[in-house]
Design a protein around this ligand. Structure first.
Ligand code: UD1
Ligand code: UDP
Length: 383
């Protein structure tokens, strides 16, 4: 007899990657009925993750449309989720991170007076427009949530500063749990180019760039710098799986297409991505998830943003903020390519974001909150 019904709601690729291991963990708990609802704010990029982790959602709002606006995403989620909650009547809704799905799902749950658990809570830049709209999404979810699962001590300290001290658990980031099933030394890529690349003899740089606050001039600057890197260094192979956002695809096509050592490819499935990251020389990205994954694999990261809500890897020395000015992005990449000493300073594996047991802690905390377990989980300790 299951005593509580927990509904995990997500909509985009990164939320799915980070929630998949939690959905599975909850499904294995005797007292928990684990339901999954996707908004499908992303379609193809979400479905690819659902396939890999073999998750079949009970509810699918299927809201994605090309060049969707933030208001469309939010209103479609709110209306769709109201109906889902009426039918499923969960005791707890779990949301992840800071997307429009995350905020809308937390708000919809609040309107239906359902408890909210926020996975990946407490990340902040304290700059309202950067990242946009994610900073406000996660801040507002912080106010709406009853349970807060913080990946790192710094995230917990942010919440404490905002007066949020109840229902806070230090768990580590679930993305590190996900990586324990995806990264394999004998992995063979289905994307043939990735099998052919010489990861030892050449300098393979993995690039991604998609953030809304980088649309326009910052993205133009970044793309120009990337092209300069490929042109200046004949040993460089730049591999860029391009996000399906039409804005991003136009920018990447305009600045980077037609160069024999710049490989613009479609988004990779998560196993291919993690294994490419494990083999590349270093990473240049504005992605949140990649900033957490690359340090765990000992790969230096140049962060293509003006700030980051993930300062832990910068403090550990494996990530550097490159900003969005062409000259700086180029120079930091040039230093990593030219100077073995600069490279070695950054290339050490660190795990400030998790130890692979975040999902167990979150599930334990949920059980504890609903009286199914006597003690709270032990907090994640950074080693
Ligand atoms: C969203 C999140 C961002 C997250 C990113 C992860 C918001 C506001 N932003 O940004 O926090 O970092 O996802 O990738 O929630 N598209 C497709 N197929 C897909 C996915 C996207 O065609 O599978 C195209 C569509 O034209 C869509 C556009 O990409 O309109 C943008 O997608 P959207 O979810 O609105 O925002 P992202 O920029 O992806
Ligand atoms: N990712 C992927 N294929 C790609 C690009 C990214 O599987 O082509 C994974 C990546 O490993 C990470 C997550 O997607 O786990 C990050 O998603 P994204 O960069 O879209 O969003 P963010 O983390 O910035 O919110």
């Amino acid at each position: 007899m299951k005593s509580i019904r927990v509904m995990s709601i997500f909509g985009t690729r990164p939320e799915a990657i980070k929630m998949a291991p939690l959905v599975k963990e909850l499904a294995g708990r005797a007292g928990v009925e684990s339901l999954c609802c996707v908004t499908a704010q992303h379609r193809q990029m979400l479905d690819s993750v659902l396939d890999i982790f073999q998750i079949k959602p009970q509810f699918d709002l299927n809201i994605m449309e090309p060049r969707q606006t933030l208001s469309t995403i939010t209103t479609k989620c709110l209306l769709g989720l109201e109906r889902v909650f009426q039918e499923a009547r969960p005791d707890l809704v779990l949301v992840h991170g800071d997307t429009s799905t995350t905020f809308s799902a937390a708000l919809a749950a609040f309107y239906s007076q359902i408890s909210v658990g926020h996975v990946e809570a407490g990340l902040r830049t304290y700059d309202k427009y950067s990242p946009f709209p994610e900073e406000m999404n996660r801040t507002m979810v912080g106010d709406l949530a009853d349970l807060h699962f913080c990946p790192t001590p710094a995230n917990r300290a942010n919440l404490e500063r905002e007066g949020i001290t109840k229902g806070v658990f230090l768990t580590g980031n679930t993305v590190i749990d996900a990586m324990s099933t995806t990264v394999r030394p004998d992995f063979r890529f289905t994307t043939e180019l990735l099998n052919r690349l010489d990861y030892v003899g050449r300098t393979v740089i993995l690039v991604t760039c998609h953030r809304r606050e980088n649309y326009g001039q910052p993205m133009d600057n970044i793309m120009t710098a990337l092209r300069r890197v490929a042109e200046a260094y004949p040993q460089v192979e730049l591999v860029y799986p391009v996000h399906l956002s039409p804005v991003v695809r136009e920018a990447a096509g305009k600045y980077l297409a037609g160069h024999e050592r710049i490989h613009l490819i479609d988004p990779l499935d998560v196993e291919e991505m993690h294994n490419l990251m494990a083999r590349c020389r270093f990473v240049m990205t504005d992605s949140g998830g990649l900033q957490e994954e690359a340090p765990a694999l000992g790969k230096p990261v140049l962060v293509l943003r003006r700030e980051t809500e993930r300062p832990e890897a910068v403090a550990a020395g494996t990530a550097r903020l490159a900003g969005t000015e062409e000259a700086n992005v180029f120079e930091l990449a040039a230093e990593l390519i030219e100077s073995p000493a600069a490279y070695e300073r950054m290339a050490h594996a660190v795990n400030p974001y998790g130890d692979g047991h975040a999902c167990r802690r979150i599930a334990d905390a949920v059980e504890y909150r609903f009286g199914l377990r006597e003690n709270p989980p032990e907090p994640f300790a950074v080693r």
